[in-house]
Design a protein around this ligand. Structure first.
Ligand code: GRF
Length: 208
């Protein structure tokens, strides 16, 4: 596969700093891929503007325009299939993908989550980490399967939790690491370096 032939579709709902990190990594040559489309379920998502600034196609699908969740997911899948994407990256996408969508792109969907999974899946996880009293938290890039935040782990990064932290300050510290490991994890997939057995991901030398 020649550099840039690897096509990514990115799903967003919000501000898009992870999208930005991925675009920056592509621009500075750390990630050999192309973003074929950015898809959002929210038309006001600032992530869309970030994409358009870089001349990347950015499309909103309004969930209210579809009969149900299944129809919405089908439309989403079609946008990705039409562009023959190789990988779906969730970057702050706030809807749970249905099982049909996950089956369709089996092994080709990844997500970034702001905790050290399997600790603290779900939402508001920085606050949950603080409330629990953990001394370290971090972020996880993982494959997406039917279990929310439960797929095989690709990369993680650890940050300390300080006594003075609130959810916002911890989120900021974690976010810095997210922006480093997400493009790195994608590049590992581009280079076909991941091997999954049971649910364990191991790294092999580049074979591409
Ligand atoms: C990040 O914290 C990510 O881990 C979580 O949602 C947030 C998205 O932030 N899944 P952004 O839209 O990439 O700035």
């Amino acid at each position: 596969m020649t550099s840039g032939d690897f096509k990514i579709g990115i799903l967003v709902s919000g501000r898009g700093t992870n999208l930005q990190a991925i675009m920056d990594a592509i621009e500075n040559g750390e990630l050999n891929a192309r973003i074929a489309v950015v898809l959002s379920n929210k038309k006001e998502a600032p992530a869309l503007e970030r994409a358009r600034k870089k001349n990347i196609e950015a499309v909103t699908l309004n969930p209210k325009s579809y009969a149900d969740k299944k129809e919405f997911d089908l439309a989403l899948a079609k946008e990705l299939e039409d562009r023959q994407i190789d990988l779906v990256c969730l970057a702050g996408y706030m809807r749970i993908l249905g099982p049909e969508f996950i089956q369709k792109f089996k092994g080709k969907i990844i997500n970034i989550h702001p905790s050290l999974l399997p600790a603290f899946p779900g939402l508001d996880v920085q606050q949950k980490a603080i409330d629990y009293g953990v001394k370290f938290s971090g972020c996880t890039v993982h494959f997406v399967n039917e279990e929310v935040d439960g797929g095989p782990i690709i990369l993680q990064a650890v940050v300390p939790v300080h006594e003075s932290d609130d959810a916002e300050s911890l989120a900021q510290r974690i976010l810095i690491q997210e922006h480093l490991i997400y493009p790195r994890a994608i590049q590992m997939i581009v280079e076909n370096r991941l091997h999954i057995e049971n649910r364990k991901v191991s790294y092999k030398e580049s074979v591409s």
